[in-house]
Ligand binder design. Structure first.
Ligand code: FAD
Ligand code: UDP
Length: 372
């Protein structure tokens, strides 16, 4: 049998491409993954206490893209979910992203009001200000506030998470969690915020359940590359690995997850608590908030950042800064001159959220078949 496409990786990127190519363009597709499951890092399954666990860390779906939302809605029902995060600052739990409620929780009311007025005068109500931009403020009081937030919310968390200071990363990294001049305690403000009602894995099963799609697990593409007949290759794994690291290794960050089940109903008051300044871990997420399950037990995931060591720890995060982008460019250049389609968080070396990975795959599938 000859396949039209061999797709390496059954995560958001690979599954979306497989589904589109098979059902919209009637292509024969083989999807392979070296893990023993589909779903990539969004994979979830129930543990022995029936709690739906995200095995590769908590994944919260949010998007402003109507196209992505409508596309995925063909494969899952949704449960509306607005993620909330508290950060432990000076022994108090305050909303993250840092907002006006955080301000009032940490400072005396009169001073908080003065800072609130200054923030609104300088930036406007409802505006999101990246911390590195707030630090450039010319007002000495706002500079004081910015330095306080920088030191208490960002500096140590970022050092733990990345092994780097905020200035050594692209500003877009800390810009993901800006200071928010608002009373809105939600972590995201996207138009669509919801979790797949029966989990991500079920949604992926539905995406891949097409007669034109075959799935092969526990298989690295190098093992079968020569044995399978196919017309085009789509690769969603780490691009440096694809090219046998010929331009050097691209830096990634890894994590170790610790799962703990407690025999009582709830442990935290919100989905995630961040610990910027204490401990070796960054955050603890209580899975039940994400799934909405009622259960007498509860499971927590604690995230411990780790260096990425090829072949030993998983590459979870591309480390985005100028130097690494240049290194990636050497691979990107080769990719542009090859026939292989590279896509996804690791193949594009971009800090994609799930919806961005899906959007990229949708746009590639349109280009591939429309411009033939
Ligand atoms: P992946 O999911 O990484 O899939 C790539 C697949 O390719 C993997 O299954 C891998 O096994 C396979 N593969 C690689 N190389 C080979 C090979 N040589 N042979 C065979 N198979 C191979 N996004 C959000 O929107 N919201 C969140 O809350 C969120 N939380 C996150 C938390 C963590 C801890 C992490 C790490 C990521 C989070 N993300 C979140 C991002 C999300 O995981 C990614 O956007 C998404 O998984 C990207 O999908 P992908 O298909 O590009 O890559
Ligand atoms: N960040 C931080 N303190 C926080 C939350 C986030 O310093 O309390 C910074 C940190 O550098 C982190 C980045 O903002 O890596 C992006 O945070 P996000 O929650 O988006 O990370 P992800 O969910 O992708 O791990």
């Amino acid at each position: 049998m000859k396949f039209d496409y061999l797709i390496v990786g059954a995560g958001f990127t690979g599954a979306t491409l497989a589904e589109r190519l098979a059902s919209q363009y009637d292509k024969k597709v083989l999807v392979i993954d070296r893990r023993n499951h589909i779903g990539g890092n969004a994979f979830d399954r129930h543990n022995e206490d029936d709690i739906l666990l995200h095995l590769y860390g908590p994944h919260i779906f949010h998007t402003n893209s109507k196209k992505v939302w409508e596309y995925l809605s063909q494969f899952t029902e949704w449960r509306p979910y607005f993620h909330e995060v508290l950060g432990v600052i000076d022994g108090q739990k305050v909303p993250i992203p840092f907002n006006l409620n955080s301000l009032y929780a940490l400072f005396p009311p009169a001073y908080a009001e003065r800072l609130e007025n200054l923030l609104i005068e300088s930036f406007g109500f409802g505006v999101k200000v990246p911390i590195l931009k707030l630090r450039e403020s010319s007002s000495s009081e706002l500079k004081f506030l910015a330095d306080y937030i920088y030191k208490n919310v960002f500096l140590n968390y970022t050092k733990k998470q990345w092994g780097l200071s905020p200035e050594d990363l692209d500003p877009s990294v800390t810009g993901r969690v800006p200071v928010y001049i608002s009373r809105d305690n939600r972590y995201f403000q996207d138009t669509y915020q919801a979790m797949p009602r029966q989990g991500y894995t079920r949604m992926f099963e539905n995406m891949l359940q097409h007669p034109n799609i075959k799935v092969m697990l526990n298989t690295d593409y190098k093992e079968i590359y020569d044995a399978i007949k196919f017309s085009r290759l789509v690769y969603t794994g780490p691009i440096d690995e694809f090219y046998s690291f010929k331009h050097g290794e691209l830096p990634y960050r890894s994590l170790r997850f610790e799962f703990q089940t407690l025999q009582y109903e709830y442990h935290q008051s919100v989905g995630t608590v961040n610990y910027p300044n204490e401990y070796d871990f960054t955050r603890i997420t209580e899975q039940k908030y994400l799934s909405g399950q009622k259960n007498r037990a509860t499971t927590l995931i604690t995230e411990y950042p780790q260096p990425h060591i090829t072949g030993i720890t998983d590459a979870y995060y591309p480390i985005i800064n100028e130097e690494n982008r240049k290194r990636y460019e050497a691979y990107a250049k080769e990719a542009r001159n090859s026939d292989v389609i590279f896509a996804g968080r690791l193949a594009d070396y971009k800090y994609y959220n799930m919806d961005q990975a899906c959007a990229r795959a949708l746009s590639i599938s349109e280009d591939l078949e429309a411009h033939k």
